[in-house]
Design a protein around this ligand. Structure first.
Ligand SMILES: Nc1ncnc2c1ncn2[C@@H]1O[C@H](COP(=O)(O)OP(=O)(O)OP(=O)(O)O)[C@@H](O)[C@H]1O
Ligand SMILES: [Mg+2]
Length: 252
């Protein structure tokens, strides 16, 4: 049994098939990059898997159970967390409060620290541990909206990890980052994932990030899967090269 199995997954927006008959499997501990030209359907596929968009056809299984039709919140409780292409933090809460909410969200209601000081303290220390892992504990009391763009993306990763996922969906985690921030994030993700069984499905335009992180690459073009294989095989695939060049897209 694979961690994630999508079969024949399809989403139509009117006449446009944004995602068409896509099969994808992700195993525990695997880092899979989803690439493709603008408009290929990457974010829509994420939204389908994460319960944010309703499929037109197909099936999604997670940890052996059908999950298509479940809400994003239900999927998060099952172990599927995601980040968004556009940052989705609470800008008027502190960095620490954003992560605390994530720590609380995956605890059963009776373990939520409404009145108990000890639960409040343990939630705070757990949140601080996640912030330390992404190197942001010094910014814990800053408002999330006042962080640099790169630090907001790192906070989102801390929020996603604090929900203790089995599968992490990362939509362009390095978008808008400088070259140095991007390289730092790749190294950070590698070290965070080392020695865990967390699987990652990653959408990323930056091919340096893709080749730095991915064990396997899936290529979408106009909603369809056109390649699925080891990074070097996919890189050398003429169909993939044509999809990028044909769309006027510069692979960098
Ligand atoms: N809510 C929507 N309603 C109608 N069409 C949509 C909607 N969302 C996406 N689309 C269309 O579906 C197609 C796939 O879009 P999607 O955002 O999934 O592509 P993408 O691969 O994530 O692109 P990018 O690389 O630009 O992020 C595009 O043609 C887009 O215009
Ligand atoms: Mg997108």
């Amino acid at each position: 049994m694979s961690l994630l199995e999508c079969t024949g997954l399809t989403k139509k927006w009117g006449a446009l098939a944004a995602v068409s008959q896509v099969d994808i499997v992700v195993e525990a501990g695997e880092v899979v990059a989803l690439i493709g030209p603008n408009g290929a359907g990457k974010s829509t596929l994420f939204d389908l898997i994460a319960g944010r968009v309703t499929k037109t056809a197909g099936a999604v299984s997670f940890r052996g159970d059908r999950v298509d039709g479940l809400s994003a919140a239900a999927l998060t409780r099952l172990g599927l967390s995601r980040t968004y292409q556009i940052t989705a933090l609470f800008p008027n809460l502190t960095v620490l409060e954003n992560v605390r909410l994530a720590v609380q969200a995956c605890k059963p209601a009776r373990r939520r620290p409404l009145f108990s000081k000890s639960l409040h303290d343990s939630t705070t220390s757990e949140a601080l541990q996640w912030l330390a892992k992404v190197g942001l504990n010094a910014r814990a009391n800053a408002l999330a909206g006042q962080l640099s763009h790169g630090d907001q993306r790192l906070t989102e990763i801390a929020v996603a990890l604090a929900m203790r996922p089995k599968l992490l969906l990362l939509d362009e985690p390095t978008q808008g980052m400088s070259v140095e921030e991007t390289r730092g994030t790749v190294e950070l993700l590698k070290s965070l994932l080392k020695d865990t069984d967390i699987a990652v499905l990653l959408v990323e335009h930056d091919l340096e990030v893709v080749f730095g992180l991915a064990h396997r690459i899936v290529v979408l073009d106009r909603g369809r899967k056109i390649a699925d294989g080891l990074p070097d095989t996919v890189k050398a695939d003429p169909v993939v090269q044509q999809a990028y060049l044909g769309a006027g897209h510069v692979a960098h």
